[in-house]
Design a protein around this ligand. Structure first.
Ligand code: 3HC
Ligand code: NAI
Length: 681
């Protein structure tokens, strides 16, 4: 008998219960159990209908992602599906938790779908660089129509049960804690009805037949979101096939072909790697899963500026009260007004109610002075980036905060150990480095000081997930992981524009690589004066600031702007760059191919990543990739700098670094010599 399935009969209704923790993925064990259960009930004359239900926290979470790319084992998904679909007895899928990907495709094979109101169904394969390859692209349009299917499958967003019911994605709702009984009762009502198979339906797809403009328009509308990815384009083709190819099996064959193309692509390999990488970050070798955590019921945030405000919102959103501290009433009022305005913008977009805003705002206790933090379980400091100021704040916190309070700093670059040394309890001090805007960006670097206690680390890692962040553990160094590895990119860009390539060429190369914008577009957007007007060494940026070219907000920067903020290359900036190159004695050698620009800017990022790894600042290469992807919008379909380096080949990275006079990290050399990779063993 299979390990994952139990098969019982209740008065003529066969119940197949699958329990394969953690998420009932459709791996080998689960397929065997399904195969066994359906064969058994097909042969059992006492069984008139079948309910398929899952144990544990969810219905099937889809195909087992870890099996992709490995030789197939046991009964295939299609084989199992065929037994169900071609069977003579009605099958009801009883859904709780999430029915995702292959899991929802399995539900679509069943004749009926019933779900509890808290359940969600969907086809998230796009996030893995794939398309639903078990009939989802052919069956879903037959239920919801082509237009809705395009939206659902290309966004991959799970659909809540009530909405799914409205669209026909499920047939009935069960009571929250009566799923099995309601499914059995539902099955009974279907005994005398003819079997309904989704594959036989034409009514929803036929009206779209012969309308290629539907797909062309859809691709045009989503051009920005789809840029660089492969999967959305194949998804659109597969859904088009569901309407254009009347013969269901031929449509399935087209789906299979498009799926195979994706499975074999680097983009999908990168996205599947990223799926696991994002989950892996919480595992810290010397912080066992059973490490006790500290309850955090109240939070204090110091500084209501750009970061403090966003950090505060994260906690308000999960109902945790925040005491927000500033030095002056005016700064406090301004900070709180910004938080309110952010929430009101969300209301305007229809994603929050006015009442929810008030509930969140009521959780803020404004305060002047640190004394108000005596009872906070966690205090996060987000004051000016100056070591003296931070040490003074932590020295005071040490005398004010209760024993057992976690004292965190949001510093971007400063030495956390030096901050912790200002207290008598460095083991309670940790870095919580948010990225701007802190209420939006999903990366949270958890910085581990020399003395930080493992309970404090475990608490931070858990809390991060609770506020919807992905925690990446970093050791203490200048810039931690994301800022540190990305800084060579900026330095190389500044150097490169003196050698011939223009800012526009550099930006375009990085945009085409997949970044949302290049470094010079970025500086123009945030303002050139963020570096301050008192830099000692002369630089192109400093020279632009001197002539009041501060970027988009004033007179243009590296680019000129029209009144609609459209950028054009700036002759003034070009002249200034040429002048600076002369001053430095650098001769222009003209423009470079995009590939070389990318290598010049991004190989040094890989090199810095290797250093971060060899110094033990990051636990694993995949953490570096997660930090780059979530902190700097590095294109996920490349897998991040370290996965990308493996794709290119480490010897080539080394040669590229040497060609620009950068000494490759020792780890990079060793790995290349030993034929190893950062991310693929
Ligand atoms: N295959 C293999 N492992 C999976 C998995 C899957 N489909 N889904 C989740 N897991 C693993 C996770 O890696 C994690 O492992 P770990 O504990 O060792 O780190 C564990 O299950 C629990 O996962 P989460 O931490 O994500 O648990 P949550 O409760 O937060 O979320 C979930 C549950 C919503 C189901 C979420 O895991 C999820 O979104 N899973 C992926 C769903 C998906 O993409 N399905 C499509 C798969 S591709 C497919 O079906 C192709 C088909 O069309 C042919
Ligand atoms: P900010 O200047 O916008 O805000 C700092 C606030 O702290 C000001 O409102 C100031 O009045 C207040 N403040 C200063 N000393 C104080 C004290 N002793 N008590 C109470 N309030 C005090 O600065 P921002 O950008 O929010 O940065 C804060 C910290 O976050 C810095 O350490 C910065 O390096 C870090 N950081 C900044 C990021 C960014 O993109 N802006 C990203 C990640 C981290």
């Amino acid at each position: 008998m299979s390990e994952a399935g139990t098969y019982t009969v209740e008065d003529g209704i066969g119940i197949i219960m699958i329990d394969s923790p953690p998420v009932n993925a459709l791996g080998f064990k689960t397929r065997v159990a399904l195969d066994e259960g359906f064969r058994k009930f097909a042969a059992d004359d006492s069984v008139q209908a079948i309910v398929l239900i899952c144990g544990g926290r969810t219905f099937f979470a889809g195909a087992d992602i870890s099996e992709f790319g490995k030789p197939p084992q046991g009964p295939g998904l299609h084989e199992v599906f065929n037994i169900i679909e071609n069977g003579a007895k009605p099958v009801v899928a009883a859904i709780h938790g999430t029915a995702l990907g292959g899991g929802y495709e399995l539900a679509l094979i069943c004749h009926y779908r019933i779900a509890v109101p808290s359940a969600k169904v969907g086809l998230p394969e796009v996030n893995l660089g794939l398309l639903p390859g078990a009939g989802g692209t052919q069956r879903l349009p037959r239920i919801v129509g082509v237009e809705k299917a395009l939206e659902i499958v290309t966004t991959g967003a799970p659909v809540p049960a009530r909405k799914a019911l409205d669209m026909g994605m499920i047939d009935a709702l069960a009571e929250e804690d009566r799923l099995k009984d309601d499914a059995v009762a539902f099955a009974r009502t279907m005994l005398d009805k003819p079997l309904v198979r989704v594959r036989d339906r034409q009514d929803k797809v036929a009206p779209s037949r012969g309308h290629p403009e539907i797909y062309a328009d859809f691709l045009k509308k989503n051009a920005r979101a789809f840029r660089g990815f492969k999967a959305p384009f194949n998804i659109v083709k597969a859904i088009e096939a569901s309407a254009e190819i009347e013969d269901f099996d031929k449509g399935l064959a087209r789906e299979a072909e498009l799926f195979q193309e994706l499975v074999a692509s680097t983009e999908s390999a990168a996205q599947r790697y990223y799926f696991f990488a994002e989950r892996e970050t919480s595992k810290v070798p010397d912080v066992p899963a059973a490490t006790p955590t500290i309850p955090v019921k109240t939070v204090g945030v110091i500084g209501a500026g750009t970061m403090g405000g966003g950090i505060t919102m994260n906690f308000l959103n999960i109902g945790v009260p925040v005491t927000l501290v500033e030095m002056k009433q005016e700064a406090l009022d301004r900070g709180i007004a910004v938080i309110r305005r952010n929430y009101e913008n969300t209301v305007a977009k229809g994603r929050m109610t006015a009442e929810q805003v008030e509930q969140r705002m009521a959780l803020i206790t404004p305060a002047l002075g640190l004394d108000a933090l005596a009872e906070a379980d966690l205090v996060i400091e987000a004051v000016f980036e100056e070591i003296g100021v931070k040490q003074q704040v932590f020295g005071q916190l040490d005398t004010i905060c209760k024993p057992g309070a976690i004292l965190a700093s949001n510093t971007s670059f400063l030495d956390l150990d030096a901050i912790a040394a200002a207290t008598s309890r460095p083991e309670w001090v940790i870095g919580l480095h948010f990225f701007s805007p802190a209420n939006v960006m999903r990366l949270l670097e958890v910085v581990r000081g020399e003395k930080t206690a493992i309970e404090v680390i475990a608490t931070a890692m858990k809390l991060a997930r609770q506020i919807g962040k992905v925690p990446v553990l970093a050791g203490v160094c200048h810039g931690f992981i994301a800022n540190r590895i990305m800084s060579p990119r900026g330095r190389q860009a500044d150097a490169l524009i003196l050698e011939g390539p223009t800012p526009a060429e550099v930006d375009k190369a990085l945009y085409d690589y997949g970044f949302a914008m290049g470094p010079f577009q970025m500086i123009d957007l945030v303002g050139l004066d963020v570096i301050g007007r008192d830099e000692i060494e002369r630089s192109v940026r400093g020279d632009l600031v001197k002539i009041d070219r501060l970027g988009q907000k004033k007179n243009g920067g590296y680019y000129d702007y029209d009144e609609k903020r459209n950028a054009t290359p700036s002759p003034v900036a070009a002249e200034l760059i040429a002048d600076f190159a002369r001053y430095k004695g650098i001769n222009s050698s003209g423009s470079l191919p995009a590939e070389e620009i990318v290598a010049r800017l991004l190989y040094p990022v890989v090199n810095e990543g290797a250093k971060v790894l060899e110094e033990g600042i990051a636990i694993r290469a995949s953490d570096i990739d997660v930090a780059a992807i979530l902190g700097y919008n590095w294109p996920v379909y490349t897998g991040g700098p370290m996965f990308w380096a493996d794709t290119i080949g480490l010897p080539k990275i080394i040669a590229g670094l040497e060609a620009i006079g950068i000494e490759p990290a020792a780890l990079l050399r060793t790995m290349a010599t030993e034929g190893k990779t950062f991310t693929r063993g």
